[in-house]
Design a protein around this ligand. Structure first.
Ligand code: PHE
Length: 340
């Protein structure tokens, strides 16, 4: 009896279509096209047929095989497409959700202040000089005319380093940026007009002091420089830095071993949250003749003024920050307020 090839083809199509996965489809495929599948046994049967019949049946058989293979191909593609669609649906991105926010960094308020300060002094013709944070006793104290028994040299104020340098000198963490005055002036010829910003260290810690803080030193050496020039330069700086002409500046007599005469510079705002109070912002004075000599210069011919200010203090005053330690806590709620 002649097998109903049409029936086999439609059985195969139905079987393939009901397959839910590639695995199901493979099983169905072997049922019809496999080594022991339905078609294989019919091809087997060909051998025993007469040649005329063989030709006809062989042709029909090949057509049936072709149809089954086409059906298989179509169903495999459907399953693959389906899989991709399901995957895309399960991984879909809801573009209407609010973003998590890209946390952009921002410039630290102290760096912002420092950049502004450098800009202002640069505008007045100052260059920038730097020096080491680990200093010798000579540069930090002796060359700056500090008497041997000056209290600043005591262990209570200064961080000493255990080792000595190659010349047997005591080493310490610089307590101010003034040693850069000496280093720079030994190596350069007047006129000298520099500011030197950097880290400084003292054994001190409370809401207005931290063991590490920043100073900015200023030095102008020239045969004709005088105290009025110091006032002019510094008052101009303060007005620019605080972006206000409504402030009063006072030079209050004071003492530093390395300047004579010496002054503390105080500031009074006539507006804003700090209105009416005198606030100290810097130490300053005319460079002491002994210090000029230590620069290797003739103190009869060369004169100069110097000043030193605290970067944290100026920044606190500018923005109304009450506790200096906030600058070093790295709390983003604090730092984020200075984003610009
Ligand atoms: N070095 C001084 C201090 O740290 C400040 C200062 C600098 C004073 C330059 C006068 C001249 O207190």
């Amino acid at each position: 009896m002649k097998p109903d090839l049409q029936l086999i083809v439609s059985q195969a199509e139905a079987e393939f279509e009901s397959a839910k996965s590639l695995h199901d489809l493979d099983n169905a495929k072997s049922l019809f096209l496999g080594k022991n599948g339905k078609l294989a046994s019919l091809f087997q049967r060909l051998k025993s047929l007469e040649s005329a019949e063989k030709k006809i049946f062989g042709h029909e058989l090949n057509l049936a095989k072709q149809s089954i293979e086409n059906a298989l191909f179509k169903c495999r593609k459907q399953i693959l497409d389906n899989n991709i669609r399901k995957k895309l649906e399960s991984q879909s991105i809801d573009i209407s959700l609010p973003g998590r926010g890209a946390n952009k960094g921002s410039i630290h308020p102290l760096t912002q202040s420092l950049r502004r300060i450098q800009e202002i002094f640069y505008g007045m013709g100052f260059e920038i000089a730097e020096g080491p944070e680990i200093e010798t006793d000579w540069f930090n104290f002796t060359a700056l005319n500090n008497p041997k028994d000056h209290p600043a040299r005591s262990m209570q104020d200064t961080f000493y380093v255990e080792h000595k340098d190659e010349f047997g000198q005591n080493l310490l963490l610089r307590t101010h940026t003034s040693p850069v005055q000496v280093r720079y002036s030994i190596e350069h010829k007047p006129p000298i007009r520099v500011i030197s910003p950097g880290k400084t260290y003292r054994v001190d810690s409370d809401s207005t002091h931290s063991p590490m803080f920043h100073q900015i030193e200023g030095l102008w050496l020239d045969p004709n420089i005088n105290f009025s020039n110091l006032k002019g330069v510094y008052v101009n700086f303060l007005k620019e830095f605080f972006e206000s002409s409504k402030l009063t500046v006072r030079f209050r007599p004071s003492y530093f071993p390395f300047t004579e005469p010496s002054a503390e510079i105080d500031l009074k705002f006539s507006e804003g949250p700090m209105e009416g109070k005198w606030l100290e912002v810097a130490g300053a004075g005319m460079v002491h003749p002994n210090v000029i000599k230590n620069f290797g210069l003739n103190s009869k011919k060369i004169r100069g003024f110097a000043f030193g200010m605290g970067l944290e203090r100026l920044t606190m005053l500018k923005y109304g920050v009450k506790d200096l330690r906030l600058f070093f806590d790295n709390d983003l709620r604090f730092l984020g307020q200075f984003r610009c």
